[in-house]
Design a protein around this ligand. Sequence first.
Ligand SMILES: N[C@@H](CCC[C@H](N)C(=O)O)C(=O)O
Length: 302
Amino acid sequence: MSESSPQPAGLPFLKGHGTQNDFVIVPDPDGRLVIGPEAVAALCDRRAGIGADGLLRVVRSAADPAAADQADRAEWFMDYRNADGSIAEMCGNGVRVFARYLVDAGLAEPGELAVATRAGVRTVRIAADAEDGTPGDVTVGMGRAELPGPDGIEVAVGERRWPARNVNMGNPHAVAFVESLDHAGELRSAPLTSPAEAYPDGVNVEFVVDRGPRHVAMRVHERGSGETLSCGTGACAVAVAAIRRDGLDPAVTGEAVSYTVDVLGGRLVITEYPDGRVEKTGPAVIVARGELDAGWLAALQG
Ligand SMILES: N[C@@H](CCC[C@H](N)C(=O)O)C(=O)O
């Protein structure tokens, strides 16, 4: 990690999570930091670093070439990276945490807030805190799901194989309905997906079981992060796949439909509307703030 002009003593960071999908947040409003993949991986390392499923760099859209074309619609760009340092188009839990940070830091007004992402602008609404101080849930307009096929996609773990649905929520997902979440095994490595051409850039894989009417539970293996306790885009992909499977496509019925999706780290509620818009609601919490040790940072730069 390096800075293009004089480096401060230590670099401020925060830690936050959404349904236990956790993030290191690095404020970089003016786009002065260059955070390479090795630095991201070091920060996300759970033993030698801060520890997280991913990193959120908070930068003004106008200050980052990846988002400059969105600057007229969204002041802030969520520069999201997976724990291994790879770049992903979108992070559904991350964008809730990102919005929480902006409002807490006084960088955005509470209410409706537009955030630029590599998948386009997403709109976030933060509900008021409860009387006991519990932070209000955060709702994100996740855009429209795409279900590009092809038919015949399969996910395999060990000897077990399942048909899977290709759902794109800005980033790629393979959704498999299984008999038991235990059948996903330990998920220490990425499940196999086939055919290989379906996911040229890798894939996030969700395993899903039914819990009740319009209520499912999932586990996920995330591209670039391994098994996580929650994936917001994954929960949307799962809800959309379940809605299609259950014959409730709002574009056909004319009725919006909501599914509850339990993840290992909590619960998300996903709604799909007749015009195809998908919304996701769940918690987003900032748990710590601090300063990265200047010596450690210097060592990261080599
Ligand atoms: N945890 C995220 C998804 C992060 C990106 C994903 N691993 C990918 O590579 O596409 C979420 O909450 O959506």
